[in-house]
Design a protein. Structure first.
Length: 228
């Protein structure tokens, strides 16, 4: 049984071996999510990534490999590196209590289209509609419209990732994201799992996460590829 610290070093890999095993697609020892759910992949052996990416590119147009510090190898005849996102992983140290002034409700399958539309409005390009199946989602409504979301993404027997934190541009700077992150974090703690999250280095939201009790624990880099 792998220790939590080892799982955190390769969160996509261990999510696909545990809680999200039903979404696993494997090519030559490199593991990927079913692209209808998510477009992340993970590896341990860099010598296998080129062949595996060629295979995955036949079913996904754009996709990521996620790694703490390894550089994947690619076959440039078939796959193009679009960019490398310098990211970091944050883990909860101690949750800092805040006042919840909004009505935060669990989102269900009837909200899938609203979730998809709001995420694509704020962060277009990569969220899949079936990403809803990865974990629980929570939302805030105003005038019967979904205007802020937080959700869960990668997860194992030991941790759950807070993700999909978005607010409609017309409703920002009102503390909705902070309340949703706090609420989602509490829900994870109820399951006796460690709340984690990932973001890019220098993200202006990092001080918010730190005020809620998260701390930066390691680099976590995202290599974005596309089919040639």
């Amino acid at each position: 049984m792998k220790l939590l610290e080892e799982k955190l070093k390769n969160p996509v890999w261990y999510s696909l071996n545990e809680t999200h095993k039903k979404f696993l697609i494997e090519f030559d020892g490199v593991q990927f999510y079913n692209p209808e759910i998510n477009n992340f992949g993970a590896f341990f052996d860099t010598t296998k990534t080129a062949k595996a990416l060629n295979e995955y590119a036949t079913i996904a147009e754009k996709f990521f490999l996620v790694s703490e510090n390894e550089t994947p190898l690619i076959d440039t005849k078939n796959v193009v590196l679009e960019k490398k996102i310098d990211g970091c992983q944050m883990v909860l140290e101690n949750l800092v209590a805040i006042e919840i002034s909004e009505n935060i409700i669990p989102l269900t399958e009837k909200h899938i289209n609203e979730i998809y539309d709001l995420i694509w409005l704020v962060m277009p390009g990569f969220y899949q509609k079936r990403g809803f199946e990865m974990g629980k989602f929570f939302g805030i409504f105003k005038n019967k419209k979904l205007i802020a979301i937080s959700g869960q993404r990668m997860q194992t027997d030991d941790f759950i990732e807070v993700s999909s934190v978005v607010t409609h541009p017309a409703h920002t700077r009102k503390g909705y994201a902070k309340q949703l992150i706090f609420h989602t974090t509490k829900e994870i703690l109820k399951e006796n799992k460690l709340p984690i999250l990932h973001t890019n280095k220098g993200n202006k939201a990092i001080p918010l996460y730190e005020k809620l009790g998260y701390k930066i624990s390691r680099d976590m880099n995202w290599w974005l590829y596309s089919r040639k």
